[in-house]
Design a protein around this ligand. Sequence first.
Ligand code: PLP
Length: 491
Amino acid sequence: MDPEEYRRAAYASVDYIVDYYKTITERQVVSDVEPGYLRQLLPTEMPQEPESWDDIHRDFDSHIVPGLTHWQSPNFLAFFPANTSFPSILGELYSAAFSAPAFNWICSPAVTELETIVLDWLAKQMGLPSEFLSDTEGGGVIQGSASEAIVTTMVAARDRYLRDAIASKYSTEEEKEVAIAAARGKLVAFASDQTHSSTQKAALIAGVKFIAIKTYPEDDYALTGAALTKAFKEAEDRGLLPFFLTASLGTTAICAIDKFIEIGEATKDYPHTWKHIDAAYSGAALICPEFQHYLAGVEYFDSFDMNMHKWLLVNFDASCLYVRKRKYLTDALSITPSYLRNAASDSGLVIDYRDWQIPLGRRFRSLKIWFVMRTYGAKGMQEHVRKTLGIGVHFAKLIQARPDVFSIATPPRFGLTVFQVVPLKPEETANDVTKKVVNRINNEKVIFLTASTVDGEECIRVVTGSPWATDKAMSEAFQYILTVSEEERQA
Ligand code: PLP
């Protein structure tokens, strides 16, 4: 593809994308394809001869697009949103054009410096404490995902714990080594039973134990200080070493919020235990001052992560991780073979983000964040959050207005409503009828939603954060859910 061919193809692709968004509401939100469909359509070997863009694009349109789920559709009410926006798409385009695995500052100084600036802007806008800003001992870094952020912080936490809580008690290198080796097998990471599975997965990767602390409906499924104290004590009685904790601001199933202040107080005697806040989805709401009270207690925590790529108009991937002391990341993750050394890095005046993450190379992700921040402004981003929250509240009210058919399982939060269908027949349970409703809805593909289990109860989750969402689309979705529920209760 020469430059002029690229120009033609790129203009046509932009037209295609604009038309896609203009017709998004008309598209069936979930694909009809069967598993393995694409193997039937594509050759078994890669092409040996060059092909024309027109041919490639024709196959893209006829083979690939039909296999897509339309996450930006207002009828996508499943999981959590995965927004994008036009300025974000433009950021991706330029990022690809200036492709560089910018692991060190010198690899492309603007890539590093823009990242530091936009992450500071975001931290200030969210009301994070100043210790998380780059002009202190802390700072922010873009990770690929909230899961990656947890693995990264867990590795730093493990390193810090073994050094500061274990090795520091011994004087000789040999004693230190023996003590560290003995402690490794006793390290345990904690989270609540509502916490996203990424903490358990991080523990698996880091080779440490994992304990999920049970939560209760009377606490709104939040992790409390008392539960944490008890869990730490029980673990210590078994000879285990609590070195890491994930607390959540908005869990996946029900958007539960752990008690940060209580957790901070309960862990005062555990200075070496790393405390991380996972605000992957709900953290987006913090750009509005009226939600910043949820941060109370954040001063007790070592790290905080939120995904702009969920609700905040930046396409995947843009997980914004903040640490109170960047030294712990770089202590754990910095290895500098001679070929990575350079005068700028040696000067200590620049950030090399490779030392704040697991991979070496990194993408130019700050560009799309910068484009979105400038195009929307804080005001536009707040408007988006408030508008989509309002649509969520509108849906929750519709559900609450029909207690004969629906029962709310947990308080609606951050635009997420979790509910069950009330059975009509005495021989049927709420679990049975709710499962039938979810299965039928997802088979019919008018809307797409997810089920989740809360304390053994099968529930339906409905959430939208799409910039394309409207009250009207949500009312239609409600009407459809109501019709299906009434039919299934009677069936
Ligand atoms: N934490 C929470 C609360 C989530 O809801 C999710 C995903 O939905 C994650 C973490 C994992 O996010 P990621 O896909 O960025 O790893």
